[in-house]
Write a protein that binds this ligand. Sequence first.
Ligand code: GAL
Length: 418
Amino acid sequence: MKRHLLLLIGVLIFTGGASAQSGELEIFSWWAGDEGPALEALIALYNIHYPQVEVVNATVTGGAGVNFRAVLKTRMLGGNPPDSFQVHAGQELIGTWVIANRMQDLTWLYKEEGWFDVFPQGLIDQLAYEGGIYSVPVNIHRAGVLWYLPDNLAMWGIELPTTLDEFYAVCTTLQSQGVTPLVIGEAWTAIHLWDQVALSVLGADGYEALWTGNLSPASPQMIAVWDAFGRMLDCTNIQQNAAGLSWQQATDVLVAGGAAFNVMGDWVAGYLSTTLGLTAGEDYGWADFPGTQGTFTWLSDTFGLPVGAPNESAAIAWLRLIGSVEGQNIFNPLKGSIPARIDAVAAAPEAYNPYLQYTAQQWASARLVGSMMHGVVANERFMGDFNQVLDIYIQSRSSAGAASAMEAVCIQAGACGY
Ligand code: GAL
């Protein structure tokens, strides 16, 4: 009874009269189908606070937003923005929409909500441009995770590889048993892998130097990255069925025992625990990508307020909710991510499984590195064109050729410090 009363008081304080909101609210994201439960829970919570608002959950299917971004661009440029849309912190937000003056400054909302005290400064920096702040982070995902099933590794008689050389050795052992060492899916998942190989070969300083203009994309170090990437690709299903697999389907191959490892962000933890009902730390395990120990490749899903959003006040209420402790604690345990707020896990520790508890500790202690594939360190133009570099490499297997093609793409896109 007492708890219900407290909850009711909480709801009243939160809405503070704002339940007078009505009309529509269109939320636009790529969290469709089995990627949807966390977003749906957040929308259900919004509906409790604002029952008069009709929320339209508009999605474009396709991992990492690869299909979504094209539709978003058409809408934004066509003068038909959604009320709020999913966008990664960093260059995907700043180097694409903010510099084009398409987003509204939310500094006032950060002040009102006290967010300067609860979001890490390093994260706020990735949402800021020329004195304004342009989106609200709902989570932190970790990109460089090696996923596996402990029982299967034991069955195949292999230890967790901690360096690239150990990985290559494990790769040979697994292939001799007819097992795919590393399962990948459609093109973006290969880029996701490339990101981790680059971090492993270059180290955190070198990886950062690449994106800030202090390491040439055509340098010998980068040729070594492409060489290592090639060796990794030889351990995957790239020649078989990779192109036709979504990240979920690639994860299914892992679960079915067709492959030993998957290198993916921790949305895989959301899929394994929330969708497939597996137990973190028992049914599935995780490790750092070989050679990246001590680092944490991060990315953050955020939502902003586009210029010309048709239902602005309902959208602001949405932003307030996703930035609240309550919103972050509904969303993240289901999503496989940790809250962007530093005070949220402590408010509901029991909601976070062992993987997420571990990741929250790592977020606080590891060396943070921004993900390229998920928008932090390179803009959208670069991302689109880097796909072609990947194709060139896969066709030619020329490391020097890929390195110089990458340099050209960096220059054209104004990325990598150019
Ligand atoms: C990432 C996104 C995650 C997850 C993943 C797979 O880019 O940040 O939240 O959705 O793509 O689609």
